[in-house]
Write a protein that binds this ligand. Structure first.
Ligand code: 3NM
Ligand code: MG
Length: 514
């Protein structure tokens, strides 16, 4: 039997175009695709209307080497025979191309067949015929396609109407991407206004926004961040509805703030540092936060036992390696914890994450016990890494050593990576750095999000980070907030307000999100 079609992440769907008007002369398509994949493109379609089948097949083989290395599907536009010949993951068919049934007969059930749809009728018909996903367009006028091809400018509202029709026809589960004139600037509007309540878009398909970009990796990353951001309300709502247990083994300083933050987002906090309770608590279906803010031999032993209990129960664990590089004891604690079990999320500032990284990559040799080059004072972040370096750090930790996780490197810009996708969150406020326990309570929000949104811990982590940062901005903007002291209660209020607004589908607060 053929394997089932791979599960595809359509978030950022790159469609190629090698014509000089789009792909600047002197640039190679493979380089652009490689950069886009690095930036976060999650699917690729080779679209070449001009070349011979042999040329397209050769190009496809080169791109397949890149996409396969990243677990991303490669589809070919129109030319079913070429897709069959090179063995890529599927095809994309326009309304004038081969019909779905015939393509299915040629390709078999294991391949992905996408179809372009310009109207509710075309969309429903394509799903009835067995399309695996739809490209809905043209959203905005674009010069990438000839004018005669893009007679139907749908606008975000027109896309929304097609989505609503799909839901009404029982096709809500067929993934959809919008295409045509989309870029990082208009992506938020497309995602907000083109999504019917019961049928949100699964992603954005772009040609020029990536292929013609000066920096295709950055362009793909910006698009990915926009798509992920649009999923934030989903996660916020899920946390509030599921009221997941957030079991915190944390330091004395932050217990109260972290528990209040958990309550504000709708989670159910349990502050319990005694590991013998962990098996019972793990059975409640929540998540555990291990916060190294206070390390003692007894504490570390409790961490290790609780980690095992949550791993055994298949429940997520968040590691907050507070002050990881500050002392040899803490560095050893990180080492012990990383070898004792698996973490769904590891969150720390750049200094802490540099230490985590050095522990993951160390060869267990004595010279590796030297403190990391990045000087550390107390638990404050002193590392001054560029965004690119932070992204590389997050990606490398996320890939781990056979133990993948979601890595969150906090800072003015927070970087989140699962090794395959990397997002940047610019929300937050400097007052978060002026109070104690803000980073620790982000760990608590992360735990609630990964517990409630298990299907994608990366999306959960992005949502938690956005929600946290947006609430800080809203609190800091309040006229009753005059400094760190008044900020704390306002911050808890605003986290709670985000949750309430989400329940009422009043997502104006998302406009704050950068
Ligand atoms: N298909 P850009 S619009 C390939 O409407 C394609 O089905 C469309 O290019 C459709 O992102 C389009 O540069 C071109 O606007 C999209
Ligand atoms: Mg076509």
């Amino acid at each position: 039997a053929d394997p089932p079609p791979m599960t595809v992440d359509y978030s950022v769907y790159l469609v190629t175009d090698s014509r000089p008007a789009i792909l600047a002369p002197g640039r190679r398509l493979a380089h652009v695709v490689d950069a886009a994949l690095r930036g976060g493109a999650t699917a690729v379609q080779l679209r070449d209307k001009l070349g011979s089948d042999a040329d397209v097949a050769a190009q496809a083989r080169e791109l397949l080497g890149l996409t396969r290395a990243r677990g991303v599907p490669l589809l070919i536009n129109d030319r079913v025979g070429v897709a069959l010949e090179v063995g890529c993951e599927g095809v994309h068919l326009g309304q004038d191309d081969m019909d779905v049934a015939q393509a299915r007969r040629m390709l078999g059930p294991g391949k992905i067949i996408g179809v372009s749809a310009r109207s509710p009728a075309e969309a429903v018909a394509a799903c009835d015929a067995g399309a695996d996903y739809l490209g809905i367009g043209t959203v905005f006028s674009t010069t990438t396609r000839r004018k005669t091809d893009t007679a139907t400018i749908l606008g975000p509202a027109g896309v929304g109407a097609i989505l609503a029709a799909l839901a009404a026809a029982g096709h809500a589960s067929v993934p959809t991407v919008a295409i045509g004139g989309i870029d990082a600037a208009n992506a938020p509007a497309v995602l907000a206004h083109a999504s019917a309540p019961r049928k949100p878009l699964d992603g954005l398909a772009v040609v020029s926004a990536i292929v013609a970009a000066a920096d295709p990796a950055a362009a793909a990353a910006r698009l990915l961040s926009a798509v992920l951001r649009a999923r934030v309300p989903l996660v916020v709502e899920r946390v509030a509805r599921a009221t997941p247990v957030s079991h915190n083994m944390t330091n004395l300083v932050v217990q109260n703030l972290a528990a209040n933050v958990a309550l504000a987002v709708g989670a159910s906090p349990i502050m319990a540092n005694y590991a013998l309770e962990a098996p019972d608590l793990a059975g409640l279906g929540g998540a555990l936060v291990i916060n190294m803010g206070t390390v003692t031999p007894e504490g570390l032993d409790n961490f290790v036992k609780a980690l095992a209990a949550y791993n055994d129960a298949g429940r997520p664990v968040v590691l907050d390696p507070v002050g990881a590089g500050a002392t040899a004891v803490r560095r050893d604690a990180v080492k012990k914890l990383l070898s004792a079990g698996t973490f769904a999320v590891i969150k720390g500032n750049a200094s802490e994450m540099l230490t985590v990284h050095s522990v993951i990559t160390a060869d267990d040799q004595e010279h590796q016990r030297q403190p990391p080059r990045e000087a550390q004072r107390g638990v404050d972040s002193t590392a001054t890494l560029t965004i690119t370096q932070r992204a590389a750090l997050a990606r490398s930790i996320a890939r781990g050593r056979g133990r993948p996780c979601v890595a969150v490197v906090t800072g003015v810009s927070d970087i989140i990576s699962d090794g395959r996708r990397t997002a940047r969150v610019d929300n937050g406020h400097e007052l978060l750095g002026a109070i104690t326990g803000s980073g620790c309570s982000l760990g608590t929000v992360l735990s609630a999000a990964v517990a409630a949104y298990e299907e994608d811990p990366f999306v959960a982590a992005v949502a938690a980070t956005v929600m946290f940062g947006v609430a800080a901005e809203m609190a800091a903007a309040r006229s009753d907030v005059r400094g760190p002291g008044t900020f704390v209660p306002a911050f808890i209020d605003e986290l709670h307000a985000v949750r309430r607004a989400t329940a009422e589908r009043d997502w104006r607060w998302l406009a704050l999100a950068k």
